[in-house]
Design a binder for this molecule. Structure first.
Ligand code: NDP
Length: 339
């Protein structure tokens, strides 16, 4: 029998947490043959609710779930974990300035960096590729991931990523709806940059599998105006649209995207397909190193690599630079909050 992997979920009593834990326990994240032990962390005020989540996990009798730790102690939660999904964070409440949320969250991520660094599985520390992914979901996701990376220097930068897969999936969904094709036949959209409204959803390299072969989305969607304007804003604003409709932020789609992100990272992307991940920039596409920026990536044997050589037109260049500029500003704001 395969040995269990320990998966940390922070903010596990929250709504994304509630949606993601059954997915992980059913094998959606790591495959139907991989047993898991869930390490659930939340803060003291959420302790009772967290215990309720643990009770429900026991009651669901998931065959793959070999244990549940529910705790408010970051050290206990991080102990020996192989994969970390960081959902916990302070939500932006009415009347709060961006700087207030930033300040609260970067402090949390700085503290969690040291807990992870000291207590996660050896693999996580020495960077054996398969067992070490860290995924940051809490907003500002890119900047929280950056802080986590910078304050956990012994975790290889390649192991720390942030979630833009939900934006990527939203883009696939919009193309599929607009062309009335199956979403599984659409691929290779790109989310560039920040997981914020400055992100750039790019369809210039996206394709659709049709009965007469693979066709570029640009060829199938005759309405350039839609692709260059409404499509982009719909994807950028989708989170707000969900809040308006549900009176709560997206949770099941965020949880599902997080499972997609880890699964593709650990088990690999299909041949000829790339996905979007927020990763530490190496200067590819002229994006300055030292930012966590969303790029198109392929994954193999637990390692991601940025897809190289895509042609970037002027329209895309301007949008990619604008979202990079926002990340530079967020980074300096984050550091000013920590000082
Ligand atoms: P959610 O589970 O809905 O969201 C968690 C985090 O994910 C938020 O920061 C949210 O940002 C972010 N997020 C990123 N992408 C998305 C997306 N596409 N859709 C929705 N959210 C997204 O929040 P809850 O308030 O229900 O749960 C948060 C949990 O974290 C609570 O249980 C709380 O106790 C815990 N917490 C932990 C802290 C810690 O670890 N120290 C500190 C504070 C809270 P956004 O708010 O911008 O939507």
């Amino acid at each position: 029998a395969r040995s269990s992997l320990k998966v940390l979920v922070t903010g596990a009593a929250g709504q994304i947490g509630y949606a993601i834990v059954p997915m992980i326990a059913r094998g959606v994240m790591l495959g139907p043959d991989q047993p898991v032990i869930l390490h659930l962390l939340d803060i003291e005020p959420a302790a009772e609710a967290l215990n309720g989540v643990k009770m429900e996990l026991i009651d669901a009798a998931f065959p793959l779930l070999k244990g549940v730790i529910a705790t408010t102690d970051p050290i206990e939660a991080c102990m020996g974990v192989n994969i970390a999904v960081m959902v916990g964070g302070f939500p932006r409440k009415e009347g709060m300035e961006r700087k207030d949320v930033m300040s609260k969250n970067v402090s949390i991520y700085k503290a969690q960096a040291s807990a992870l660094e000291k207590h996660a599985a050896e693999d996580c520390k020495v960077g054996k590729p398969l067992n070490s992914p860290v995924l940051v979901i809490a907003n500002p996701a890119n900047t929280n991931a950056l802080i986590l990376k910078e304050f956990a220097p012994s975790i290889p930068g390649k192991n720390i990523t942030c979630l833009t897969r939900l934006d990527h999936n939203r883009a696939l969904g919009q193309i599929s709806e607009s062309l009335d094709v199956q979403v599984c036949d659409v691929k290779n959209v790109i989310i560039w940059g920040n997981h914020s409204s400055t992100q750039y959803p790019d369809v210039n390299h996206a394709t659709v599998q049709t009965s007469s072969g693979e066709k570029p989305v640009r060829e199938l969607v005759s309405d350039d105006k839609w692709l260059n304007a409404e499509f982009i804003t719909t994807v950028q604003q989708r989170g707000a649209a969900i809040i308006k409709a549900r009176k709560l932020s997206s949770a099941l789609s965020a949880a599902s995207a997080a499972c997609d992100h880890i699964r593709d990272w650990v088990l690999g992307t299909p041949e000829g397909t790339w996905v979007s991940m927020g990763v530490y920039s190496d200067g590819s596409y002229g994006i300055q190193p030292g930012l966590v920026y969303s790029f198109p990536v392929t994954c193999k044997k637990g390692k991601w690599s940025i897809v190289q050589g895509l042609k970037i037109d002027e329209f895309s260049r301007a949008k990619m630079d604008a979202t990079a500029k926002e990340l530079v500003e967020e980074k300096s704001l984050a550091y000013s909050c920590l000082n």
